[in-house]
Design a protein around this ligand. Structure first.
Ligand SMILES: O=C(O)c1ccccc1NCC(=O)[C@H](O)[C@H](O)COP(=O)(O)O
Length: 268
């Protein structure tokens, strides 16, 4: 695991240990199980792709370890979510991704709640899952999908966390960066496989990572390319390579009107 991931994972374990004292596992589980009606994350992407469009997961991200603060000034998740949901012309986001980590991304669970309440898009909780408690917490805060990062988890953790999420009617996006992680991810049941183009050790970004790993992905899985998608040429290259689902953060967050930036990047 890279230094930054080691650090993030260590902090997550500390946070969960403290949170479990305030809200025991049985209590967070009961809260999660009392929530009904998740929004169909996989279906939202598949519908766009079936219509010949890109399936875009638009991210709400204030800062990151590699870039520091990305979106300066007022940060209003509800407005950002609406901008993404409305888009511009006939191009809008299929789903949202919201960073909920406070320490490294300046995110918040409240951002997820506010974004989800302001639109009808399914929402990914973008955070670092290291403990079952967080899977229940994700559903309790309203997430429709969780992220499992193969680099942070062993096979048994991925399988157990996936089972909890699917049991709560949430979707699972499993994220990989190389062929070994892809082989491990494909043992899971989820159709959603994300390739992170960002090397979390060097922070270098290359969309070639997705194009190289694409051949390993069976037709019944939905490949999502993540990170560093910044130009129409990037999008074209990926679409020419048969990639139709995209997770984009920084490119939109640096634009005054994120929904317009989305339409510009993805309009046919
Ligand atoms: O963004 C980072 O610096 C980062 C560092 C360490 C772990 C994860 C990190 N990013 C999370 C993400 O996966 C991205 O927010 C997401 O894929 C969007 O990427 P981008 O379009 O490049 O903002």
């Amino acid at each position: 695991m890279s230094d930054i991931l080691n650090k993030i994972v260590a902090v997550k374990h500390e946070e969960v240990a403290a949170a479990r004292k305030r809200v025991p596992l049985e209590a967070i589980r009961a809260d999660a199980e009392s929530r009904v009606l998740t929004r169909d994350f996989v279906g939202a992407l598949r519908r766009r792709i079936a219509a010949g469009q890109a399936g875009v997961i638009a991210e709400i991200k204030k800062a990151s370890p590699s870039k520091g603060v990305i979106r300066e000034g007022e940060f209003i998740p509800a407005d950002l979510a609406q901008s993404y949901a409305l888009g511009d012309g006939d191009m809008a986001a299929a789903c949202l991704s919201v960073l909920t980590d406070r320490q490294f991304f300046q995110g918040s669970p409240d951002y997820l709640r506010q974004a989800r309440a302001s639109c009808d898009l399914p929402v990914l909780r973008k955070d670092f899952m290291v403990d079952a408690w967080q899977i229940y917490e994700s559903r309790a805060m309203g997430a429709d999908c969780i992220l499992l990062i193969a680099a942070c988890l062993d096979d048994a953790q991925m399988r157990d966390f996936e089972a909890i999420a699917l049991g709560l009617d949430m979707a699972v996006l499993v994220e990989v960066h190389d062929a070994d992680e892809m082989a491990r991810a494909l043992k899971l049941r989820t159709p959603l496989v994300g390739v992170n183009n960002r090397n979390l050790r060097s922070f270098e970004v290359s969309i070639q990572t997705t194009l190289d790993l694409k051949a390993m992905v069976p037709a019944d899985r939905l490949l999502v390319t993540e990170s560093g998608i910044a130009t129409r040429e990037d999008v074209q290259q990926l679409r020419d390579g048969g990639v139709n689902a995209f997770l984009v953060g920084e490119r939109f967050m640096r634009a005054p009107e994120p929904g317009e930036a989305l339409a510009e990047l993805f309009a046919a």
